[in-house]
Design a protein around this ligand. Structure first.
Ligand SMILES: NC(=O)c1ccc[n+]([C@@H]2O[C@H](COP(=O)([O-])OP(=O)(O)OC[C@H]3O[C@@H](n4cnc5c(N)ncnc54)[C@H](OP(=O)(O)O)[C@@H]3O)[C@@H](O)[C@H]2O)c1
Length: 275
């Protein structure tokens, strides 16, 4: 039985993965923002848990502000003497440019800096546990690019550009994490899935009733996550990007080692760590 820390477990793909992993006898520490949604998912986890499995208490945490991410990591280190898998799955897709209390563009903060900082703070525990890191990215990473002179996107902010950049960062972070630490790390695209991700977009609200005809259910989106968290492939020290339970090539930018190294250093600076 593995101890799996899973962010974004209160909704969508993460919730489906938390339930499926629990059904398979894994101990999932579900982390989410909304305590009510998290409690609901926890109830489902308890319902499907094999008899005798101790389902860990979930942890409610907002990952917008880096001090709160540090607090969450401290709670996890206190509660989990072993962490076999860290799944960085939480993400937001803002519909307008918002700056966090730290002064960071929201998509960059929640989708990249939070998992970057969390992973760095948990890396020794993961190493001691012979653990692995799985990060949910997206095929939308192809729309992303980095202008290090305008990291907070003061010019030309668009939802898809912000989101695409953060999902590109997930892939670059994964390959650089593996290069620097030799920890097994993987990122993946879950597919086009019906979830709450675009909840703030007026267009998405309009087409929501028809969504189920074109988008797959969260359980489908959870398949590659569950596989990478439990299969030997996810423990292979390669730092690759996956879709449909197999490695695929991400965009040329996502394979740029120099960009990955530069992003690592800039991110360390932003969250107040040594590279
Ligand atoms: N849906 C798709 O088609 C699709 C495609 C490609 C990639 N993805 C990726 O899949 C992952 C899961 O997204 P989803 O589609 O399942 O969307 P979702 O249903 O909206 O789930 C997102 C999760 O992230 C959490 N979250 C958002 N902002 C947060 C914050 N500031 N602090 C802490 N937690 C926060 C949410 O918490 P609350 O619900 O409690 O607020 C929720 O648990 C994301 O990484 C996304 O980029 C999704």
């Amino acid at each position: 039985m593995a101890k799996i820390v899973l962010t974004g477990a209160s909704s969508g793909i993460g919730a489906a993965a938390a339930v499926e992993l629990t059904k398979r006898g894994q101990q999932v520490v579900a982390v989410g923002r909304s305590p009510e949604k998290l409690a609901n998912v926890h109830r489902q986890m308890v319902l499907v848990a094999p008899s005798g499995l101790d389902v860990p208490e979930p942890i409610a945490a907002d990952l917008t502000v880096m001090a709160d991410v540090r607090h969450l990591a401290a709670v996890l280190l206190e509660r989990c003497p072993r962490i076999d898998v860290l799944v960085n799955n939480a993400a937001a897709q803002p519909s307008r440019r918002v700056l966090t209390a730290d002064g960071y563009e929201l998509g960059l903060a929640v989708n990249h800096l939070a998992p970057y900082l969390m992973t760095r703070l948990l890396v020794d525990r993961l190493r001691d546990s012979a653990g692995r890191v799985v990060t949910t990215s997206s095929s939308t990473h192809v729309k992303g690019s980095f202008d290090f002179g305008d990291l907070q996107m003061e010019r030309g902010w668009r939802s898809q550009l912000s989101y695409g950049r953060s999902k590109l960062a997930n892939i670059l972070f994964t390959s650089e994490l593996h290069r620097r630490t030799q920890l097994p790390a993987s990122s993946f695209h879950p597919g086009a899935i019906s979830t709450d991700l675009n909840r703030n977009s007026p267009f998405v609200r309009l087409v929501k009733p028809f969504e189920r005809f074109v988008l797959a259910p969260p359980e489908k989106g959870a398949e590659t996550l569950v596989w990478l968290a439990t299969d030997a492939e996810g423990a292979a020290p390669r730092g690759l990007y996956y879709a449909d339970r197999g490695p695929v090539d991400p965009s040329p930018l996502a394979r740029d080692g120099e960009l990955a190294a530069q992003l690592w250093k800039v991110s360390a600076d932003l969250v107040g760590l040594e590279p």
